[in-house]
Design a protein. Structure first.
Ligand SMILES: [Zn+2]
Length: 197
């Protein structure tokens, strides 16, 4: 928390970042007043305050990547987590890959199917919530592992998913698909890493 010392204090006029309990004592004693509300956790201001308060820069986080295969549907996923314990992002990328069947040309060739998965998976990035600004890009090795896992574990639809798909492709007497309402986009401000320097 940031406080400004009042005229009663020998440090009059100065501002300082201190632990919240110390700030509360100084404010209660009339030696200081708060400088606005504390910054929100995870923002750049919060991160700067943590660094000033603890005197050490936060360690550069490392992101652990892996390919995980679901226990029930055997659906492969790229998973990632950050070494900073305050980074609460739990990352998971599944995509939705099924080998296409063409009415005349038959099954999609394996190399094209693999390329389609690889192109989509290569775009995967992990965005931190620990204050580390640069998002981490997935490695080529993980993409390769993921492609192999998807090819080895063909997508199987549950009966509920199959119902949803048949519902979506169904055309009634009108010959038109149902109108799909996608919802209202989320109104949010820029995230810390999106702000200009
Ligand atoms: Zn992180």
């Amino acid at each position: 928390m940031k406080i400004k010392y009042t005229s009663a204090s020998p440090k009059a006029g100065q501002t300082e970042h201190l632990q919240p309990n110390i700030c509360a004592t100084l404010i209660a004693a009339g030696f200081a007043e708060p400088c606005g509300p504390p910054p929100m956790r995870g923002t750049r201001e919060w991160f700067a305050e943590m660094q000033e308060l603890h005197g050490v820069p936060a360690p550069t986080p490392t992101v652990s990547w892996g390919v995980y295969i679901g226990q029930i549907a055997k659906c492969p996923a790229i998973v990632a987590s950050c070494s900073n314990s305050n980074c609460t992002v739990k990352f998971r990328f599944e995509g939705n890959f099924a080998r296409q069947q063409h009415p005349r040309h038959g099954e999609e060739p394996l190399h094209l199917f693999e390329k389609r998965i690889s192109d989509a998976a290569s775009k995967v990035v992990f965005t931190h919530s620990c204050g580390h600004k640069t998002p981490d890009k997935v490695s080529a090795a993980i993409v390769k592992q993921f492609v192999a896992a998807v090819v080895k574990n063909p997508r199987e639809f549950t009966s509920d998913e199959a119902k949803v798909i048949s519902f979506a492709v169904f055309k009634g007497d009108s010959g038109q698909h149902r109108e799909v309402v996608q919802g209202v986009p989320l109104q949010r401000g820029p995230l810390a890493f999106e702000l200009p320097e």
